[in-house]
Design a protein around this ligand. Structure first.
Ligand SMILES: Cc1cc2nc3c(=O)[nH]c(=O)nc-3n(C[C@H](O)[C@H](O)[C@H](O)COP(=O)(O)OP(=O)(O)OC[C@H]3O[C@@H](n4cnc5c(N)ncnc54)[C@H](O)[C@@H]3O)c2cc1C
Length: 324
């Protein structure tokens, strides 16, 4: 076992919370196994964030800076990370799972002839063996695997690990890698993204989520008001997306986003496994539901049984008062 390499994920040239979670766990693994920890960051203007990676105990950072990363295409990521793997020679590569990683990881695994496993929730190293856990069937089952391959690339499910505090006194070597000439077959045409001033679900520390219980757009607006007083992101179940009340980008769950905020408030949500697969790693879960038998209460740290149309406006006022 030589090194661990973390692929840092960033959005608009800022490291994502999920990257800090993976870095923190990678540092623990590296210290425990006596391995060096390195990282690679790819993007348009990433010099500042490369320095931040050092604050998590990384001994060397590879930067691959290129305007091609302005808009996502998988080939530059595959080519760039392959070069970083050649430069670093790691045994284990860890990357936080996100939509782009789901897209480029199979290509990267093929290009590097690695053992690749997507969306893992636990990693351990014992000598030459890497033990991996991966939730299956909406997290109702866990697959336990071991690998002794020469190169293992794992994507890590968001919220699987806690991010430690940065140590800003730390610094490290930063080496730039040239992406070189690319043979790109795909053309980026257009990015259509939902317009919202709210915090994004990916990085929110508080998520106020709602389900079919809110009934319609007017009910959904009550949830938005509560989210606004918290400075929170709004999440939704698939039921609300399917009936046109919520945007698809807000869906949390097996076929939506996986989130792990400090506080997840589930309002008018029954707690189907396909939904809880996307939020069960939240630190504190509060459920509001008029049915005391709703499965969400089995997962919740705090539960309020009652009509959301009574509770949510009162809660919004109470939080507003507390904050003022
Ligand atoms: C392959 C597959 C993938 C799926 N992926 C996802 C996914 O990614 N995310 C997801 O969310 N779902 C997903 N689903 C759907 C999932 O199975 C559930 O159908 C869905 O999560 C239910 O949404 P809900 O809780 O909003 O609705 P319901 O199950 O109908 O629950 C509504 C809840 O609101 C409560 N309620 C009603 N009125 C009030 C009120 N006035 N006050 C308080 N409480 C009230 C009710 O008691 C009930 O518990 C998937 C399903 C399949 C088959």
């Amino acid at each position: 076992m030589s090194k661990i390499l973390v692929i840092a994920d960033q959005k608009q040239n800022k490291l994502k919370k999920s990257t800090l979670e993976v870095l923190s766990e990678a540092k623990k693994l590296a210290d425990k196994s006596g391995l060096a920890l390195e990282a690679v960051i790819l993007g348009e203007a990433i010099a500042d964030e490369a320095k931040v990676l050092a604050h998590y105990g990384v001994s060397k950072v590879y930067t691959i800076e290129n305007s091609i990363f302005k808009n996502y295409l998988n080939q530059p990521y595959i080519d760039g990370i392959k070069k970083a793997i050649e430069a670093s020679s790691p045994r284990l590569v860890l990357v936080p799972t996100c939509e782009s990683v789901k897209d480029y990881l199979p290509g990267l695994v093929g290009a590097t002839n690695a053992c690749g496993i997507m969306d893992c929730s636990s990693v351990d190293i014992d000598g030459n063996t890497v033990s991996i856990e991966r939730p299956l069937m909406a997290a109702k089952a866990v697959s336990k695997m071991q690998s002794s391959d020469d190169l293992i690339i794992l994507s890590i499910r968001s919220g699987s690990f806690d991010a430690v505090e940065a140590d800003t006194s730390l610094s490290c070597d930063i080496e730039s890698i040239d992406l070189g000439t690319l043979d790109i077959k795909a053309i980026f045409k257009e990015l259509i993204s939902a317009q919202s001033d709210r915090v994004s679900l990916d990085d929110a520390s508080v998520v106020v989520a709602c389900g079919r219980g809110v009934k319609d757009k007017a009910g959904f607006e009550l949830i938005e008001k509560l989210a606004d007083v918290f400075g929170a992101a709004v999440g939704s179940t698939r039921a609300l997306v399917e009936n046109g009340v919520a945007e698809a980008s807000l869906q949390v769950g097996q076929t939506g986003k996986v989130v792990s905020p400090d506080l997840y408030i589930a309002i008018g949500i029954s707690g189907a496994v396909q939904h809880t697969a996307g939020m069960s790693n939240s630190k504190v879960i509060v459920a509001i539901n008029k049915d005391e038998e709703a499965p969400i209460f089995a997962l919740a740290d705090y539960g309020l049984v009652g009509d959301l149309f009574d509770i949510v406006p009162k809660l919004t006022e109470a939080v507003k008062e507390l904050k003022s």
